[in-house]
Design a protein around this ligand. Structure first.
Ligand code: SME
Length: 150
């Protein structure tokens, strides 16, 4: 499915009559089911006092990494940089937290609410170098919709 076809589906989940966490989970399911190379889709949310990220709703293999300190791994770096992080090949990254040997690449896009980086969407892929600027623009769109829920 193309990103343009997914956008109205994301909006309809955001506007549906379910809880915020249920909406986040439905978005994970939609993305995971629709884009072949999205093999793990989840959210992390920041605790700015403790400087840690906490796993939120996700779809895919269970992960031990439910709490990630700021600065650690791809996710922890995005908590500090406030910028998208596209990793075409995770084996080339020093500061990376491996979840599974099947994961070859990763994209993390921060979630801003009123200019504050409150968390992120994290996507793992089993293929090398699948992510383009189209993924970045789409995931920025998804996060903008989600930001209206906070
Ligand atoms: N690989 C991430 C850790 C989270 S898992 O992908 C679910 C990282 O390096 O931050």
């Amino acid at each position: 499915m193309q990103f343009e076809d997914l956008k109205p589906k994301v909006i309809s989940i955001v506007n549906s009559e379910i809880t915020r966490d249920e909406k986040l989970l439905e978005i994970c399911k939609l993305l995971n089911a629709s884009i072949e190379y999205y093999n793990w889709v989840g959210f992390y949310f920041a605790n700015h006092e403790a400087k840690t990220l906490h796993l939120g709703p996700y779809v895919g293999a269970e992960t031990d990494h439910t709490v990630i300190p700021f600065g650690k791994g791809i996710c922890g770096q995005v908590a500090e940089s406030n910028s998208n992080f596209v990793v075409p090949d995770v084996s080339a990254q020093d500061n990376y937290i491996a979840c599974s040997f099947t994961v070859k690449s990763e994209i993390v896009v921060p979630l801003f609410v009123n200019g504050v980086n409150i968390g992120q969407i994290d996507i793992d892929s089993h293929v090398i170098d699948p992510f383009t600027e189209k993924d970045e623009r789409f995931l920025e769109f998804v996060n903008k919709q989600i930001a209206t829920l906070f």
